[in-house]
Design a protein around this ligand. Structure first.
Ligand code: ADP
Length: 560
């Protein structure tokens, strides 16, 4: 069984045993035990002078008296003057409070003439009481702890330097700049910390299994750098650097200290400090400070590598994005150019065909055959449909070129609606009924007649197109609350709520099983809403999937 370590602490043994032994009352045993005690023991009378009544051999050896008698001498005399007041006040406290006083690692002057010669002691002072309870004596047990205290102070200094190293290196965490200038800063900081003329970061390259000194302000010069570059470095190698990198060895030879440079298990290489500025060379504390600095530098390095990787990624993503945007701008331009071209090329021939159909209708070309007359209205409607399609394309192209100008005038919206409905009637097949409910009084608006007709035609045409199962299409034109409204209600396929916004975007089409075969550009509603808004109005929608839709064009009523 191992004993608790305090059992061996001579101060504790003496402190605990001495008062107990005193109470034994056997002077011989007492003296023998006290004399063999490795701690100094001194007994003084509770008198202002603190005369020494007894001291053991250890204490006697410490007292600077040579052969002079010690008994009867005031205790404070044994101390150099600077410590005497403290001694007196400590004893006064013990006598007055009747309580023991324990003091640990108290500094004292070794010599009167040397301020810097300081030792440390730990002491316990016990009050001994007479029959009436008054303190008659004070027993002091003391141990010289100078070695211990100096060791602790050195440890504290080392810790302090290591912490300073960490803090100072950590500052570089946020520093910007490329790797060389960054290592420049780091090596300068470490140089100051460990008082080295030169500091070098050795970076290990796992691919080539080599290690190279990195260029830095406090590092090697160019020629040396060349020599210190690409040195073989393999696990299991016996070279000093190899062992530092792979076996976590710390090299310390008079003019150089080399420690591992690693972040967790990631071996970055080694950090070396060379040529100490101190005449006595590098100390153990320097090694500790360098180790702490290397650990911090590794974290900083890793952090920066991660930052660089993220920045790289961002840059690549930004370039990709830029390219994609450029591509889509080009594509947009191509589309617009195509729309312009297609509409221009189609318009000419269509105008010619429409002209001939008109001539057939009004008899300019003579009597048309019996078989042709009935299909003329459908032919006309289809040509109008085509014309509407081309107009939509032309208008969209204009809109995108910002070349669209409204030719506004005061007009009755009822005329627009009637003309559109009339033109589209031939397109309603079997099972589809187109009903117009037009206000009996004028619905005056200020607008561009052909554009407004384009809007209404699109809405009615869509209602026909997207009612494949037939049903009623009801077109109403009303004036109410200062607004003119044209509502087109169908009982067609309907539109789901999540698709609504998309309808009004350019080329926005919803293709379902039911509508897959229907022709269209996806431009009509986009244009309709844009044109309506340019008139100070809007095109809105209410719909239920599978049950039908109502599109409403609203425009401000003209007051006069
Ligand atoms: P398109 O040329 O495709 O008809 P539009 O811009 O006029 O282009 O319409 C966009 C889309 O809105 C259509 O493709 C269709 O999916 C949907 N849509 C328009 N009107 C109706 C309607 N009355 N009923 C159901 N869906 C409609």
């Amino acid at each position: 069984m191992s004993l608790p370590s305090h059992v061996y602490d001579p101060l504790r043994i003496a402190s605990v045993l001495s008062p107990a032994i005193f109470s034994l009352g056997d002077p011989d045993l007492l003296v023998e035990l006290l004399n063999s005690n490795p701690a100094g023991v001194v007994l003084v009378e509770a008198d202002p002078d603190l005369p020494i009544v007894y001291c053991n051999e250890t204490f006697h050896r410490w007292a600077p008296l040579r052969d002079q008698p010690i008994l009867g001498r005031p205790l404070p005399e044994l101390f150099v003057w600077a410590d005497r007041n403290t001694v007196r006040s400590t004893y006064r406290q013990v006598i007055q409070s009747r309580m023991p006083v324990h003091r640990r690692s108290v500094p004292y002057h070794l010599r009167a003439d040397d301020e810097d010669a300081v030792g440390y002691w730990s002491a316990s002072h016990y009050p001994l009481r007479g029959p009436r309870g008054w303190v008659t004596h004070v027993l002091t047990v003391s141990v010289d702890v100078t070695d211990q205290a100096v060791g602790e102070a050195r440890l504290q200094d080392t810790q302090h330097r290591a912490l300073t190293a960490l803090a100072r290196i950590a500052k570089h965490l946020t520093a910007a700049g490329q790797a060389p200038s960054f290592l420049d800063e780091l090596s300068a900081t470490i140089g100051e910390l460990v008082a080295a003329k030169r500091v070098s970061f050795w970076l290990y390259d796992a691919d080539t299994e080599t290690i190279s000194a990195q260029p830095a302000r406090l590092g090697f010069n160019d020629d040396e750098l060349q020599l210190a570059s690409g040195l073989p470095c393999r696990a299991g190698g016996t070279g000093a650097l190899e062992r530092v990198v792979f076996d976590d060895l710390t090299v310390m030879r008079g003019a150089e200290v080399v420690v591992p440079w690693k972040a967790g298990e990631h071996r970055l290489g080694a950090v070396g400090a060379y040529e100490s500025i101190r005449p006595s060379g590098f100390t153990n504390e320097d090694v500790r400070a360098l180790q702490a600095a290397a650990t911090a530098a590794a974290l900083v390095w890793e952090n920066r590598q991660a930052d660089d990787a993220v920045a790289d990624l961002r840059e690549r993503e930004a370039t990709n994005l830029r390219q994609r945007i450029e591509q889509s701008i080009q594509l947009e331009q191509l589309k617009t150019d195509f729309l312009k071209l297609a509409s221009h090329e189609l318009r000419g021939p269509l105008a010619v065909v429409r002209g001939y159909v008109s001539m057939m209708e009004d008899g300019t070309l003579g009597q048309v055959g019996k078989g042709v007359a009935p299909v003329l209205p459908l032919l006309r409607a289809k040509l109008d449909e085509m014309n509407q399609l081309i107009n939509e394309i032309v208008e969209t192209a204009r809109l995108e070129d910002s070349a669209l100008e409204l030719q506004v005038q005061r007009l009755d919206l009822r005329d627009v609606v009637q003309a559109s409905v009339h033109a589209l009637e031939p397109l309603t097949g079997e099972g589809l009924e187109l009903v117009a409910r037009i206000a009996s009084r004028p619905v005056p608006v200020v607008g561009d007649g052909s554009r407004l007709r384009m809007i209404v035609t699109n809405l009615v045409h869509n209602a026909i197109k997207y009612s494949p199962q037939g049903g009623e299409i009801r077109v109403t034109c009303t004036a109410e609350d200062g607004m003119a409204r044209v509502a087109v209600r169908d009982q067609g396929v309907g539109i789901s709520p999540q698709d609504r916004d998309r309808l009004f975007t350019r080329f926005g089409r919803i293709v379902t099983r039911e509508t897959a075969g229907l022709p269209g550009t996806g431009l009509g509603l986009y244009l309709a809403r844009d044109l309506a808004r340019r008139h100070g109005g809007d095109v809105t929608l209410e719909s239920e999937l599978g049950r039908g839709s109502t599109f409403t064009l609203s425009l401000p009523l003209s007051s006069s």
